[in-house]
Design a protein around this ligand. Structure first.
Ligand code: UDP
Ligand code: MG
Length: 319
């Protein structure tokens, strides 16, 4: 088999307890592959614990380690982007630092890549998830798939292998609001899914609170189309039709029976109802305008504080 370079991109936010363990596991998993060279790109996303120190230590002992440390916590999307830009491999695997993405899948993923797949999605089953979280996720995916134009797969997160072709496609999308699950699905290419057992987080804690997840769901719904605006138009049209019908009825009534003063209930209900609907629609429009505002600022997705990159990517702001 031909020699290839595999990049493993790992965003880390306060993961001092697991990076070393992860590194050992990744190295061990790849060691059994012939003709695969590896680089592990760690991105420290503004951790406030000893993550950066751990990365420096790893870099000192293992020449396969690359690390970049961002100037503050920019969020996982930004950290992943930094890692993808830095990665030079023929194939790139993105994985979490908390060992929830088992490195033992790497050989299978590489094998599928070698069979010609551009995306190998490692999807987890939901065993051991809290019941409420499971229900929330399931309904999220059902809603999203009905709603947006790209397909999202329940349990498929950012743990996946991307071919160079797919990585370049993702990097070619400069948008500020990055919803990776959507982006990865949007680019397409030959895709295959493998399912693995759910691993619960062993150290540290997940950044997901319920409110967080809700916002994330919202993001997902808004970032991939303008269907909410379309819905607003249809809703408005429907209401107008109803109002028109009612108008004809009321006017007819007034003409035939004369003016009938009571009608307080109707008025108050329609005023409040319409007011509410208008507020919601304004909010929807505001969301889109807010997104346009962020996009137009053209700010970098992240800033780098420290890196061992001898030739930082010109697109990467220099520390
Ligand atoms: N992460 C990051 N920046 C953040 C939050 C998380 O780089 O602001 C990293 C984190 O270190 C981990 C991965 O993203 O490697 C997934 O985070 P987490 O385990 O908290 O999310 P979950 O597994 O619950 O989806
Ligand atoms: Mg996790």
């Amino acid at each position: 088999m031909t020699e290839m370079l595999l990049s493993v991109v790992v965003p880390c936010f306060n993961e001092e307890a697991s990076v070393e363990q992860l590194h050992t596991a990744v190295t061990a998993a790849v060691a059994e592959l012939s003709d695969v060279e590896i680089e592990v790109v760690y991105v420290d996303d503004g951790s406030v614990d000893g993550t950066l120190a751990a990365l420096r230590r790893l870099a000192a002992i293992d020449p396969a380690v690359r690390y970049t440390s961002l100037s503050r916590n920019f969020g996982k999307e930004a950290a992943m982007l930094a890692g993808l830009k830095r990665a030079t491999g023929d194939a790139v695997v993105i994985m979490d630092a908390d060992l929830q993405h088992p490195p033992r899948l790497l050989p299978d993923m590489v094998a599928l890549f070698r069979q010609g797949f551009d995306q190998v999605i490692a999807r987890r089953d939901r065993r051991g998830d809290r019941f409420l979280r499971m229900v929330a996720s399931r309904s999220f995916y059902r809603m999203v798939n009905w709603w947006i134009d790209v397909r999202l797969l329940d349990g498929a997160g950012d743990f996946r292998l991307l071919s160079r072709l797919a990585v370049d496609a993702v990097l070619a999308m400069p948008e500020y609001n990055r919803f990776s699950k959507g982006l990865f699905s949007w680019i397409g290419f030959r895709t295959v899914v493998i399912t693995h057992r759910n691993e619960t987080r062993r150290t540290g804690r997940s950044r997901w609170t319920f409110g967080n997840l809700f916002n994330y769901a919202f993001d997902g719904l808004l970032s991939f189309n303008n269907r909410p605006l379309r819905l607003a138009i249809y809703g408005g049209l429907l209401l107008t039709l109803i109002a028109l019908g009612y108008m004809i009825w009321v006017v007819g009534d007034a003409l035939s029976k004369g003016i009938d003063v009571p009608g307080y209930t109707t008025i108050i209900v329609s005023v409040i109802g319409l007011g509410g609907i208008q507020m919601v629609l304004l909010g929807v429009i505001g969301e889109y305008i807010g997104r346009i505002y962020y996009e137009t600022k053209r700010r970098p997705h992240y800033l780098v504080q420290e890196t061992d990159d001898p030739a930082p990517d010109p697109r990467t702001p220099r520390p």
